[in-house]
Design a protein around this ligand. Structure first.
Ligand code: G3I
Length: 337
């Protein structure tokens, strides 16, 4: 082998593979992941996060209960650690979430709370939390999962149990208006799950967001969570996903993939191959459909919500629990080349 060729081979071997952050940037795409502050202490966790991702989103640290555990007592310690890490590594921060039926503090769920009081509580919360991160958090999931699995408005503390004196839809409209007042520069999203393809639930979300847009409600985008499993590995699912993205974009909404993970029943080569195919095609469709923000719900199997949420399922992320790349990572890289 000539010295020149040898030199080229050595140089190529020494050149690190492009990071997800580099590859995504070529398509004007932000590659993000949710982060648990407790995991952020780990050196390997920090290294992969800073190297591979251009943004982060707190997995739990900005939800209502962690941030306002007692009325008018706010706790930003955990989220501030993530914001500091993001700043140090030139990463964007995405906010999650202001209005949700989960993780609301006991004091707000007290049956003695009236709709009038809850209206003031919700408005104060939105203004206080968004106001504090104005210029730091550029995109927010203002409302999360308002449509139930049977495709109707979900019953929730903020909507009708007892709600804030409006019906569910009006509450959503009011929340977005408050959010826009609290930070006029922020991009405001509605976020939901099991709405990735054309189905009754995504139709209900489509109808809701169409109405809000027609009424001039300040909503900028739709977050498709993308918590997937091997069922998605079918051409008709991917085609339906693409059509669904297109119809929401036609409403004038940005579409982001916000909580992507692909759970599998074991870590066998066969299941890892199915998982890789799904990740690869999701990223390929995201690139082709001009999606500018793709966010994983974690990046290492060492920190994933799946095993305790879906008994027997796991191995959902592109790095394994020893921070080693899995076939899914290679498939994502190929889709972004
Ligand atoms: O922080 C408390 C801790 O003090 C307490 O000792 C411990 C045991 O009770 O609970 C801890 O809170 C847990 C929290 O995660 C932080 O670890 C909650 O119980 C637990 O329910 C919560 O689970 C989170 C779940 O949302 C519910 O908020 C998951 O980590 C998180 O991955 C999951 O993420 C959601 C998105 O926000 C919205 N889309 C669906 C997605 C999956 O459910």
């Amino acid at each position: 082998m000539t010295a020149l060729l040898l030199g080229l081979v050595v140089a190529a071997a020494a050149t690190p593979a492009p990071t997800l952050r580099d590859l995504a940037k070529r398509h004007g795409m932000t590659i993000s992941t949710c982060v648990a502050t407790s995991a952020l202490e780990g050196k390997e966790y920090q290294a992969v996060l800073a190297r591979e991702f251009s943004a982060l989103e707190p997995e739990n640290e900005l939800k209502f209960e962690p941030v306002q555990p007692e009325r008018n007592r706010y706790d930003f310690v955990a989220i501030d650690k993530q914001v500091a890490f993001a700043k140090k590594h030139k990463m964007a921060v995405r906010g999650h979430t202001l209005v949700w039926h989960h993780q609301n503090p006991a004091w707000a769920r007290d049956p003695k709370m009236t709709a009038t009081e809850l209206r003031a509580v919700l408005k104060d919360h939105i203004f206080k939390v968004m106001g504090r991160f104005r210029g730091v958090i550029g995109t927010w999931d203002v409302v999360n999962e308002a449509i139930s699995d049977d495709a109707h408005m979900r019953h929730s503390l903020w909507f009708d149990r007892p709600g804030i004196g409006l019906d569910g839809e009006q509450t959503i409209e009011q929340a977005f208006k408050w959010a826009h007042e609290a930070d006029p520069k922020a991009k405001l999203f509605y976020n939901d799950y099991n709405i990735e393809t054309l189905n009754a639930k995504s139709d209900a979300v489509y109808a809701l967001l169409s109405k809000l847009k027609q009424r001039g409600v300040p909503i900028d985008g739709f977050g498709m969570q993308c918590h997937l499993d091997p069922q998605f590995d079918k051409d008709e699912a991917f085609d339906s996903f693409r059509e669904n993205i297109r119809r929401f974009k036609k409403l004038g909404l940005a579409v982001q993939l916000t909580e992507l993970d692909v759970r599998i029943p074991d870590g066998s080569p066969a299941q890892l191959a199915v998982q890789a195919r799904i990740y690869g095609r999701i990223f390929q469709i995201a690139r082709e459909e001009g999606i500018k923000w793709v966010q994983l719900w974690g990046f290492t199997d060492a920190h994933s919500w799946i095993p305790q949420a879906f008994k027997g399922m796991g191995w959902a992320l592109p790095w394994d629990d020893k921070y080693q790349p899995k076939p899914a990572l290679e498939a994502i890289r190929k889709a972004l080349e």
